[in-house]
Design a protein around this ligand. Sequence first.
Ligand SMILES: Cc1cc2nc3c(=O)[nH]c(=O)nc-3n(C[C@H](O)[C@H](O)[C@H](O)COP(=O)(O)OP(=O)(O)OC[C@H]3O[C@@H](n4cnc5c(N)ncnc54)[C@H](O)[C@@H]3O)c2cc1C
Length: 280
Amino acid sequence: MKLYKNHLMKNYSNMKIGGIAKEFIEIENRDELIEILKEKKNRFILGNGTNTLINDGELETTFISLKAIDYIKDENNGVVEVGAGLDFSDLIDYMEEKDYTGLENLAGIPGSVGGLVFMNGGAHGTEVFDRIVSVEIVDENNELRRIKKEDLKFSYRVTEIKEKNWVVVSATFKFDKGYLKEVVDKYKLKRSENHPLNEPNLGSTFKNPEGYFSARLIIEAGLQGKQIGGAEVSMVHPNFIVNKGEAKFSDIIEIINHVKLGVKDKTGIELEEEIIIVRN
Ligand SMILES: Cc1cc2nc3c(=O)[nH]c(=O)nc-3n(C[C@H](O)[C@H](O)[C@H](O)COP(=O)(O)OP(=O)(O)OC[C@H]3O[C@@H](n4cnc5c(N)ncnc54)[C@H](O)[C@@H]3O)c2cc1C
């Protein structure tokens, strides 16, 4: 395990905003994880930081990274256990190598496997849970448990793991044969065209309310292009907020509140954040 005190967090969030954390710990195995979880009550499990906004002041939080738990264990019958710290893009590459199919629609999502499982991330009609057999988690009693998918509650961008603040250690997937390279290429290209990938951002800021698209509601409310300080409602994708360079945490919070208010006034619909915010 590696422990860093007074650690600058700016580069751990894809928004490129973040202050000084009291502690940052890189975990290397399950025993260390359980030991640290028992000890640190005010903690935050960080994956790739592609969905997490971090305050730019002094942070009392202990950040815990599972990036070193990034193994792939293949049973060679389509069943693959993957460490939570693995980049999801590495799993897609592995699927190509082994000719596995099932999660190609998610290609291009920049998170870690743990981050995706935590929130049941997905895209283009597929969710990561579509291919999950079981997950290995540490629960609220610091017990390591393997839970079968059928024994776990999950829905759109919500899981029992998130609700109960469990820690994902690994996920086991079941793939079929027949990797669809053209699907991966298509969606990666689509992302490069429709997402502001050259500016710091956290993906979709708001969940889609049932029956609506947040992006459309934001356009209808006339909010695309709105700027507050260094934050902007992206001209490329209105559900993305981008950091134009020097945005502060407070700029992002203000623009989020402004958009929520504007959409509520115009359409009566309340947007709810999809991004995770670490305030202190
Ligand atoms: C350009 C762009 C495009 C995106 N497109 C999509 C998309 O199409 N679909 C989609 O669903 N998301 C999308 N996202 C959002 C994001 O990539 C996903 O939500 C991803 O799953 C987050 O993973 P992460 O490792 O970066 O999580 P982080 O941002 O590090 O963390 C997010 C949350 O997950 C928790 N977490 C992370 N790892 C663990 C773990 N091992 N155990 C327990 N909790 C954990 C954190 O505590 C936090 O609450 C996009 C983001 C960007 C920047």
